[in-house]
Design a protein around this ligand. Structure first.
Ligand code: GLU
Length: 264
């Protein structure tokens, strides 16, 4: 009888443990970022702090501002009913995927191109902005376009960006110097460390606005569709973000945000 009781107890315990594991998978497991957002009642967005017009920490206010920031607020309003239910953490082009994967941020909205390579590591929402790679040079430069980046020239790019990969393919003779962020890359251009800075046109316009001695040349030579990235497998969260994105577009809020920041 004792043995029977013991066996029954063990079976009950085993069933309970299995149940708990099952719940973990469906519900609040660490991998389920949608459930995490519900619990914390805010979305932790990874955003740029060094990229004018998209995600830029304004030194005079100490606040991050830009297109990505305003869009993140609008999405939070759709998803959690309050545009202030957000927290912003700084990411760079290099750190954004690792920070998503280690759970430091729930979603990345940071001038991030949807690419096949990146899709192996993270999931993306629908496109929310269309950019293209271009070049920024000092006015009067001999570099008028990608075809001028020949042997002996130097192009400046940021680590972890598609721009650093694309430029090697499109201008194989130029030497590519890589920096941690766009602030550093622009400083390097200004101090003559390279002939052209290369990244998305929308980002370069922000730099040209800041310093009118610099201009974009040669038009765009790639397509850079921006998406919001989430940890791989979080389909429910991608669906919610896409629904929110659609609502923000349908209400006219998206156009309002876009025209506030994007003038070119
Ligand atoms: N959109 C490009 C990328 O995702 C360049 C901008 C950036 O570095 O964030 O890599």
């Amino acid at each position: 009888m004792k043995r029977f009781l013991k066996l029954t107890l063990i079976s009950i315990l085993a069933v309970m443990m299995l149940g708990a594991c099952g719940k973990e998978k469906v519900g609040g497991g660490a991998k389920n970022v949608d459930a995490k957002i519900k619990k914390q009642d805010k979305i932790i967005f990874g955003v740029k702090n060094d990229t004018r017009l998209f995600g830029y920490k304004n030194p005079s206010t100490g606040k991050v501002e830009g297109f990505d920031i305003d869009l993140a607020h609008a999405l939070a309003k759709e998803m959690l009913g309050d545009e202030n239910k957000v927290e912003f953490k700084e990411v760079t082009s290099k750190t954004r995927i690792p920070m998503l994967n280690n759970g430091e941020v729930d979603a990345v909205i940071a001038t991030m191109t949807i690419s096949e390579e990146r899709k192996k590591e993270v999931d993306f929402t629908d496109v929310y902005f269309q950019a293209g790679q271009s070049l920024l040079v000092k006015k009067g430069s001999n570099i008028k376009g990608i075809e001028d980046l020949k042997k002996g020239t130097k192009a400046l790019a940021v680590k972890g960006s598609t721009s650093a990969i694309n430029i090697r393919e499109k201008a194989p003779e130029t030497q590519v110097l890589e920096f941690e962020n766009y602030g550093e890359a622009f400083t390097a251009l200004k101090s003559g460390k390279g002939d052209a800075l290369t990244t998305d046109d929308a980002i370069l316009y922000g730099m040209a606005d800041e310093d009118p001695d610099y201009e974009l040349v040669g038009g765009t030579f790639t397509e850079e569709p921006y998406g919001i990235a989430v940890k791989k497998g979080n389909t429910a969260l991608v669906d919610k973000l896409n629904k929110a994105l659609k609502a923000v577009k349908d209400s006219g809020k998206y156009e309002e945000i876009k025209s506030k920041w994007i003038k070119h």
